[in-house]
Design a protein around this ligand. Structure first.
Ligand SMILES: Cc1cc2nc3c(=O)[nH]c(=O)nc-3n(C[C@H](O)[C@H](O)[C@H](O)COP(=O)(O)OP(=O)(O)OC[C@H]3O[C@@H](n4cnc5c(N)ncnc54)[C@H](O)[C@@H]3O)c2cc1C
Ligand code: FES
Ligand code: FES
Length: 1502
């Protein structure tokens, strides 16, 4: 019997859908909500679990969202809930995640816990109980885990706290560890004890029949062939679809069509021993196709080590040295995907995807370059007796195909063909090989370009390769291409290696990369990669021949490829809290953080679904701009389990508008008449749930038997969940809600079964009906023995599962799968659009497609002074400069979701993952046409919002509510990641055009800016333009400025708030202008900035005036102090000299320092709060704001403790933290909490709480005073009880508070927040790769309420800013408006490797917000703009590159005349995001870089 063991408990897989993902199985069948699904594609690691396959002695970590549960038969699995929990105790990894403040919203945390716990377990299994893995090893185990909140530094500190060679004192801010030292892995309980569970030993074949499929897991090639042949024979169907080979199933994370509906036989390859072997022969290494990428990395590394060429940490050579071939291969493969995908994804799967799906494969490029051969077997043609000989994987029918031919379009790989193995020639003397990739991050992302270069025949003193293979992979016009660069190969083959042959090869390479078809920078990047590969060999040959001339030698000093960045670290500095305020100001651990680490913390999607809950899925538009001719949902409604379809027809008139009181124009919930953007919701399909399965599974876990299996109520649920049929009602009526088996008659059971059969007759073929599975009752057994219960209930399971001939393979992959399948079956006919679509700023301008809102959110025209005159009269000018800031996506890990539950009397309760529950309440009430009191909106915590859940959750909540009312049943709507990305327009793209006039010293005298914001088809709350108008000059004192802002109306999804909306774009625009001015003047950018700052106010000044008319209290202008602080903290002057020295010595790697500031204006919101003290002294508080991970509840709790502690004598303060609980937000208690956003909500919520606590303190103070200095909290509660016994002096123990009651400090007030940063970055001029080395950030957060939380906010916001600067950009198809970046494969949020290696944060000492008694300033958004320091640092590095290349003799540096209106100055400036292509382009534009010309110049000298 196939079983899987999850957290120590065995689960029988018999009857379960084996294609269901492990995540779905854990959540739905095993009742384990700790496995979170954030992307569903293997890219974020939120779902990571530890697992041990049968017979294996180490732990894997795998993505539960991709692993089909059927392929895990025999596995032991440990999820975060099993690692540790509140009942059995927490694991040290979990404790440290809490203590190091490494969990903010907590959505990523269970995956991190499982991955790190797995790595620590492995370390102990491999090296014994005292194991101390290195920090790099532990950090590497998390390279498949994304965190959008923390900026990774604290997570890396947790890793390091377990590692060897790390001083605990060097670790970041943490609560003291109990043992005072890095406990290393030794202190950690093992997650799993590898061993073989009795049910599956890995040596016996497995067979599962379910969902209309046969699921086989043979253990040898012969078994595999036999099974396929038997299936063909049994099916007696020549046209039967071929078997579907399944390896790690990670491919389905990238390609959603890998599970064709007609699959009947799924053959798992993971146990086939021939496919799992790595077999060295005399001349080759034969690698079975089912060997995982991680296993191949380790095999190649061991081989390289045994050949005496041990890979370095990087697996690569140091600068200027050639690399060992297998070490280079291993280093390249170690960069494929993230750690969890590498442990499940196989070599064969990767190459088949490269062949059939055009995967951007690093493996294919690498192996093609190395000259591998594929061994292929056609299982349809193979006779069983011939199948496989068990030696080396090649059976008699195995065909050997050179990989180049295998991958070529000319080679047809039939579906029945099995890739058996790859044969890699062993390195020979004289072989040189390098493969590498250029990518947005070190790992976890696909390559921008990858390359493999092999030179052979260079043994002895031969300098002419006998053969050269050069393979390049990149996105060509028609998708990804990985092909030989024949012209360059020819130039190198047989030619003596030197400047001349290199020049020829580099020139030829440009022809290979087909100029004209690809961006110019691709050819330049390809040249850089070739030089990176060949340079060390040429240099080595030169050295052997007496050395080459210095300048050529410098050119050949290329940096090594594939160096993994060091593990990040950092320092944190803050003022200790004044004890009088305790515990305010203390770096307390986040409230309920341990529950986040174990996955017990409940998010909206975890709220248990009430009986009968339905699931919904959007039907979205495939057109961006069209009239809707018709919507036909009839086919969808015919599908099993589909209950209803909703569209605009269900919401007449204005009810179809999402309205929440914010000044947003009517946004349609469902398109009516015409569609205005791609993926616009047209309707909603609502389908049955899997609750039945969950109940069954839950009962089963608790030792079920027939009598306890189902309660009558649950039985009703099961029946209720059956597809539409009168039979359902007949069954219900017949038993009146009694479970048939309960009463024990097999007749009853058979009747139920018949009812089920009728219901599912459209869904399954007769052969698959429960009867054919030997139903217990059908077998006419006299009684129903216990062991027959599972089969008895198969009929129920069939009822609720809704097996279907098409696509049941996916059943359970997603909760709302039936709804999603049905959504795809809705037919929509489109008519021609009324006018052509607008998808870009340029198109909007061409067609004058602008919004014209009234008031400050409309088109903005502002002017101060005489900019035109100032520019005309300036010494230097830039005319027609441009800066484009791309749009971004929030990438909150918890996708948008809501659960709506109808209640009596027409009321409804809506659980929503929302930043504003009162907006949810208003929007739902509007759509339902009911009063607000009939709608309760609730939210406990949100798994990251960043502005994306301020309004973008409203359509989700409203749709769920409308569907719930229509069906009369609870409805849950969870958006999958692709839908989430398509529906959410994110941060708007902005284009700024400018003219600037300035002096030769870089002082700007006049600036004229024309800004265009690209908004969507509905404007939401158009905050960006408004904020930009106030912020555009930041702290710069520009006397003459004009600004116009236009809001483009495009056929794109609604854009919305995103962390620092408008402020972020403003900062990148003005700082880019500063860079351009500095470039033009030939000055350092930091100096130019300093010269333009608003000066520090003179002593005694009351106010400071910023550009564009803003005045602020002089005391608030802390930038001059911050600037000095950051310069000192970063050792700016010394490091500038070090950077210059580095650049002097390094021809191709260049470094730069960037020094920038941030400014952020806020208005503190008014908030109310409610606090109750209970008789036992415990306290419950409702605060006006959502916990998004930003630590709101923690700060609120600290405020409650600080305020109520005033009732205690000083010596007994503060109250114990466990006495206070911050309760879920609900509109029933605090009806007008307003949006959580704008950075001030935590502060304002604390003000509200303070007001409420003050009411209570006032009431209780007399009793407390009576108790005197010895009085305790318990005494006070007794006194209250005594008083309450007498009605005359009863003390009410609940109180509302509102900030307005705090007097002037509670009034709405605004202030400006400042910060400064210094960043050091490095670029590789050859490939454009960039690395942020160090950032020092100093923020003025006033008197911090919780420094640990505030530092976390600084780091997290900075990380998001870095994403904006380096890698994140929403891209749409310019002709269709379709989003091209609708997965994490294409949209690159920063991984840990993209962060600075050293991230130091200081909170400005001695600061305090004078106008608030709490003294704190906002922190959530302002630090984001500090990421402009990275842009500045990279620009400085690129400028150093310009200088180097100019000196090396290419067409000299950038133009720096009096008028810099030409393209050169503009093109030499880095574009956002600073991708490798953009670096290469800016280097080339500023220097005229042409490597071929450069080597040609020195060919004579050499
Ligand atoms: C998030 C993510 C990031 C990634 N990043 C990278 C990257 O940076 N670079 C890179 O190169 N790749 C990357 N990949 C691709 C990854 O390497 C592949 O998904 C993986 O190797 C596929 O192996 P699998 O065992 O999971 O194949 P499966 O998903 O099981 O199979 C894929 C396809 O191949 C077929 N198949 C599998 N094995 C065989 C066989 N032996 N014979 C015939 N058919 C077979 C299957 O039927 C299926 O159609 C990434 C994948 C993910 C999910
Ligand atoms: S990797 Fe599984 S949910 Fe993202
Ligand atoms: S804490 Fe990592 S994603 Fe929120």
């Amino acid at each position: 019997m196939p079983v899987i063991t999850i957290n120590g408990r065995q689960h029988d897989l018999e009857g379960a859908d084996p294609a269901q993902s492990l995540a779905a199985y854990c959540r739905e069948c095993a009742g384990d909500q700790s496995v979170r699904v954030a992307c569903g594609s293997g890219a974020c690691g939120a779902c990571a679990v530890a697992a041990v396959p049968p017979g294996r002695t180490s732990v894997l970590t795998i993505n539960a969202c991709l692993a089909p549960v059927g392929s895990l038969a025999g596995y032991q699995v440990m999820t975060a809930a099993g690692v540790g929990n509140s009942k059995q105790g927490f694991h040290p990894v979990q404790e440290r995640m809490g203590a190091f403040h490494a969990s903010q919203c907590g959505y990523c945390t269970p995956g991190i816990v499982a991955a790190l716990g797995g790595a620590l377990t492995n370390a102990q299994l491999e090296d014994g109980a005292g194991a101390q893995p290195g920090p790099e090893e532990l950090a590497r185990c998390l390279d498949g885990n994304l965190c959008r909140c923390t900026g990774y530094r604290p997570i890396m500190d947790v890793c390091k706290s377990f590692a060897s060679g790390v001083d605990i004192e060097d670790l970041g801010l943490h609560a003291p560890l109990a043992d005072g030292a890095a406990a290393a892995a030794a202190g950690c309980p093992l997650l799993l004890q590898p061993g073989t569970p009795p049910a599956a030993d890995g040596k016996t074949p497995l067979r599962i029949e379910a969902g209309g499929r046969t699921w086989l897991a043979p253990t040898s090639l012969e078994e595999l062939i036999e099974a396929c042949a038997a299936q063909r024979a049994a099916g007696n169907d020549a046209a039967a679809p071929p078997p579907r080979f399944l390896a790690g199933n990670t491919g389905s994370g990238l390609f959603h069509d890998l599970w064709p509906a007609e699959d009947r036989l799924v053959v798992g390859l993971g146990r086939v021993r021939e496919l799992r072997a790595v077999t060295p022969t005399e001349s080759h290494l034969v690698v079975g196709a089912a060997v995982t990428i991680a296993e191949l990395v380790s095999a190649l590394s061991s081989h390289a080590a045994s050949a005496g060429k041990a890979p370095s940490a990087a697996g690569a050579a140091t600068a200027g040295e050639p690399c060992s071939p297998f070490a280079s291969l291993a280093a390249m493969l170690a960069r494929i995907a993230g750690a969890h995908v590498r442990q499940a994804g196989t070599v064969g799967g990767n190459l088949v995807l490269a062949k059939r799906k055009g995967l951007e494969s690093d493996l294919a490029t690498a192996l093609l370059g190395w000259g591998a051969t594929a061994l292929v077997l056609d299982v349809a043609a193979a006779a069983p007796s011939n199948g496989g000989n068990g030696s080396g994987g090649a059976g008699p029918h195995t065909e050997e195909v050179p990989l180049e031919a295998f991958l070529s379009a000319g080679h047809n790989m039939a579906p029945s063909q099995l890739l058996v193995a790859l044969s890699l020639p062993l390195p020979a003397g004289g072989d040189y090989f390098l493969c590498t990739k250029v990518a947005p991050a070190h790992s976890s992302v696909h390559a921008t370009m990858n390359a493999a270069v092999k030179l052979s025949g260079l043994s002895g003193d031969s300098s002419a390769p006998t053969s050269a293979t050069i393979v390049l992979g990149y996105h060509g016009g028609a998708g990804w291409v990985a092909q030989r660069a024949r012209a360059a190969e020819a130039a190198l083959t047989g030619a003596k290696l030197g400047a001349s042959s290199l020049a020829s090869a580099l020139r030829a390479l440009c022809a290979d990369v087909a100029p004209g078809q690809h961006p110019q920078e691709f050819a330049a990047m390809a040249q850089g990669l070739l030089l990176q590969a060949v340079g060390p060999v040429v240099r080595e040959r030169c050295a052997a021949g007496g050395g080459c001339l210095p300048r050529l030698d410098r050119l050949l000093q290329v940096p090594p490829a594939s160096v993994p960045p060091a593990v990040m670290g950092g320092r944190q500095e803050f003022d200790p809290a004044p004890s009088a305020q305790a515990p305010l100001g203390a770096p307390l651990e986040k409230d309920r953080v341990l529950l986040q680490t174990s996955g017990e913390a409940q998010y909206t999607a975890d709220v248990p679904a009430p009986a009968g809950t339905l699931h919904a899925a959007w039907v979205t538009s495939s057109e961006a701009c069209a009239t809707i001719a018709s919507i036909d949902a009839s086919a969808a409604l015919q599908l099993p389990r589909v209950v209803t379809f909703l569209s605009a027809e269900d919401l007449p008139g204005e009810l179809n508008h999402v309205k929440c009181g914010l000044p947003m124009l009517p946004e349609e919930l469902f398109a009516r008449g015409q569609v205005v953007h791609h993926a616009q919701p047209l309707g909603l399909v609502v389908a049955e749930t899997q609750v039945g399965m969950r109940i069954l599974a839950a009962r089963k876990r608790s030792g079920w038997c027939c009598k306890t299996l189902l309660r009558a109520e649950e039985c009703r649920v099961l029946l209720w969940a059956a597809p539409h049929s009168v039979d359902r009602w007949r069954v219900l009526r017949r038993w009146g809600g009694q479970h048939p088996c309960w009463e024990g008659t097999r007749g009853d059971c058979r009747a139920l079964q018949q009812a089920a059969a009728v219901d599912i007759r459209t869904a399954v073929r007769p052969a698959q009906l429960p009867t054919s599975r030997g139903h217990a009752c059908h077998a006419a057994q006299p009684a129903m023995p216990r062991q027959n219960v599972p089969t008895t209930c198969w009929c129920l399971r069939a009822l609720t599962c809704g097996s279907s001939p098409s696509g049941c393979n996916l059943a359970g992959f997603r909760l709302q799968d039936a709804a999603m399948r049905a959504a795809r079956a809705v037919r929509v006919e489109y008519g021609p659009p009324e006018q052509p679509g607008v998808f870009s700023i340029e198109q909007a301008r061409e067609r004058s497609s602008f919004y014209n809102f009234p008031g400050p959110f409309g088109c903005i025209e502002k002017q101060e002074g005489d900019p035109a005159g100032a520019i005309a009269g300036a010494e230097r000018r830039i005319l027609g400069g441009t800066v484009r800031v791309p749009g971004n996506y929030h990438m909150y890990l918890e996708p948008q979701n809501a659960l709506a539950i109808p209640d009596e009397g027409g009321c409804i309760k809506v659980h929503a993952a929302a930043q504003s529950i009162d907006a949810v309440q208003r929007a739902v009430a509007h759509a339902l046409g009911v009063r607000q009191h009939s709608v309760e909106a609730v939210c406990r915590r949100v798994g990251g919002g960043f502005g994306g859940k301020a309004t973008r959750n409203l359509p989700v909540a409203v749709a769920a509510a409308v569907a719930a009312v229509k069906t009369g049943r609870p409805v849950r709507l969870v958006q999958d990641r692709a839908t989430d990305m398509r529906l959410n327009g994110g941060r708007c793209e902005v284009l700024a055009e400018y003219d600037a006039g300035f002096s030769s010293e870089g002082v700007i005298q006049g600036l004229s800016l024309r800004i265009f914001c690209l908004l969507g088809a509905f404007p939401d709350f158009p905050m960006d333009g408004f904020a930009m108008a106030g912020m555009i000059t930041m702290a710069y004192n520009i006397p003459n400025v004009s600004l116009s802002i236009k809001q483009c109306k495009a056929n794109l999804p609604t854009t919305t708030f995103m962390r620092a909306p408008g402020d972020a774009q403003a900062a990148f625009i003005i700082e880019s202008i500063m860079e351009r001015v500095a470039l033009d003047c030939g000055l350092g950018a930091a100096a130019v900035r300093e010269r333009n700052f608003v000066p520090a106010p003179p002593a005694g000044a009351e106010t400071v005036r910023l550009s564009m008319g803003k005045e602020m209290p002089a005391v608030d202008y802390t930038l001059p102090r911050l600037w000095q602080h950051v310069k000192a903290a970063s050792n700016y002057e010394r490091r500038a000299a070090e950077v210059a020295a580095f650049n002097e010595g390094s021809p191709w790697l260049k470094r730069g320092l960037g020094l920038t500031h941030t400014r952020f204006d806020v208005i503190v919101q008014a908030k109310s709060a409610y606090v109750s003290i209970f008789a036992d002294g415990s306290v419950a508080a409702f605060a006006g704001g959502a916990e998004l991970g930003q630590g709101l509840t923690t700060k609120v709790k600290q405020t409650v403790l600080a305020e109520l502690s005033q009732l205690l004598p000083e010596g007994s303060r503060p109250l114990p933290a466990e006495l206070v609980r911050i309760v879920d937000q609900t509109t029933n208690v605090l009806p007008a909490a307003s949006v959580t956003g704008g950075s001030t909500t935590s502060e304002a919520a604390c003000h509200g709480i303070k007001a409420a606590c003050q009411v209570l303190v006032k009431r209780l103070q007399p009793l407390a005073e009576k108790l005197g200095p010895e009085g305790t909290w318990a005494d006070l509660m007794k006194a209250v009880a005594g008083a309450n016994a007498m009605a005359s002096c009863a003390v009410p123990l609940s109180a509302f508070g509102h900030t307005s009651e705090l007097g002037s400090e509670g009034a709405r007030f605004g202030y400006t927040i400042w910060g400064a940063a210094c960043t050091e970055a490095e670029v590789n001029l050859l490939t454009g790769e960039r690395q942020i080395l160090r950032s020092d950030l100093v923020m003025d957060v006033g008197r911090s309420l919780n420094p640990a939380i505030d530092i976390g906010q600084v780091e997290g916001a900075f990380a998001q800013g870095l994403g904006m600067a380096l890698s994140e950009a929403r891209r749409v198809d310019p002709s269709t408006g379709r989003l091209l970046t609708d997965s994490l494969w294409d949209y690159h949020a920063p991984t840990a490797s993209a962060m600075p290696r050293q991230l130091n944060v200081a909170l400005l000492p001695g600061s305090r917000m004078e106008r608030s008694t709490l003294g704190a300033k906002a922190v959530g958004e302002p630090p984001l703009m500090l990421a402009t320091s990275a842009l500045s640092a990279l620009q400085a590095a690129v400028r150093a590159g310009h200088a180097e290349l100019a000196a090396l003799g290419t067409a000299g540096g950038h133009a720096s005349g009096g008028e810099a209106g030409g393209a050169d100055g503009e093109a030499a400036l880095l574009r956002l995001p600073v991708s490798a292509e953009n670096v290469v382009a800016a280097v080339a534009a500023g220097s005229g870089r042409d490597l071929a010309g450069l080597f040609g110049t020195w060919a004579g000298e050499a």
